[in-house]
Design a protein around this ligand. Sequence first.
Ligand SMILES: Cc1ncc(COP(=O)(O)O)c(C=O)c1O
Length: 481
Amino acid sequence: MKNNQNKMPLYEALNNLKTQRIVPFDVPGHKHGKANPELTEFLGTKCMEMDVNSMKPLDNLCHPVSVIKEAQELAADAFNAAHAFFMVGGTTSSVQAMIFSSVKENEKIIMPRNVHRSAINALVLIGAIPVYVNPDSNERLGISLGMSLDSIKKTIEENKDAKAVLINNPTYYGICSNIKEITELAHKYGMKVLVDEAHGTHFYFNDNLPMTAMEAGADMAAVSMHKSGGSLTQSSILLLGKNVNADYVRQIINLTQTTSGSYLLLSSLDMSRKILYTEGKEIFERVIYLAKYARDEINEIGDYYAYGSELINHDSVYDFDITKLSINTFDVGLAGIEVYDLLRDEYDIQIEFGDIGNILAYISVGDRERDIERLVGALSEIRRMYKKEKKDLFKHEYISPIVKVSPKEAFYAEKILLPLDETVGKISSEFIMCYPPGIPVVAPGEMITDEILNYVKYAKKKGCQILGTQDLNVDYVNVMK
Ligand SMILES: Cc1ncc(COP(=O)(O)O)c(C=O)c1O
């Protein structure tokens, strides 16, 4: 029997505080907005009044014993987890807390190479060693898929000393691996299972969506409530399964977590959890309907390919998140990023991302049918007005890494700054990635090849936002001496 999911302990505590009309002689120094009228005008008085610091009636994120504890317990129940932590450092902090809790210096962690940068950054900080499972890729779409069961089996058997396996559920494009069997296999070898569910919050609230990490028996999952869950940007939840020591994980979180957690973010998590639990089924039914409607309409235009469940191959595409509107633009003769730019610059439509062959439009319950029609109309017009020969398009989305040293060793090594064109054959000391999706093309410790150089130059030319390097123009890259 679930706790009363209509309750919102943090919202209620903040509201109570407001009725008490307390005079603040504590931080934040804007004093309910009075010290910063311009900001208060911009954000609204209500928002500024709720921007308070921890105090006895509001509990403390680093050591929750009352309302935060209660709100976290409700969240754990809603997600069928043994424990939930509210996180205010983005899902980056959730991913990193999972890794810091499970592996130490020089210990191995098995992961697909198409992970978000936050996972490899964690390895830079902690000195753990990645063992990459190269995901399958789909040549037609130029995207990487999930991990096949055979490849993960082989990797686990060759690395029985690994401490953990990390799984994306789903990838940014909506692709899921066989999370249940991978979890069972990893557990058989005594490895922890950590799941990056940055794009999978909604899986927990509608039965027509792929399996969740908690249902699969995973040990931990990083859930981006601020993506499909409706909470404020930067808020996230870390879920734990029943065999994880929550007190130890809390200590790990507190190594890097702020001591001034934002109550705007925390209350948004509390309130979104309530809505997801009480209305999530209907909300995501509607999102599924809208995404299907959009997919069908876009596939009617011609040349665009809005892909869906037909990709399922019961292995490296074990399941597909049908709420994701991922569209391949190759046959229109335009790179995804070119369509992304045209949509924003010419049609006032901002989509989630464009890479070199695909775009992703994020659909939520906040969308209306007429918004979808506007997107479809714009895509149709772009095809009519900008379609090109596709012969010059670069297709490769996934490049197998050549790992030479650990991310930590490369990042902290003595380095030399070289012009991009002179880096082939060198070991990178930093990341290069397109953002979004934030999956490194090269990570510290990996060799830069011609293929990588061509990819980066092409992505740059097409207008992808490239980042990760010390040089903000990405004309120079730090490589190991
Ligand atoms: C797969 C994945 N994991 C983790 C993150 C990190 O999330 P955040 O931006 O909330 O730190 C992202 C962000 O896009 C992501 O795509």
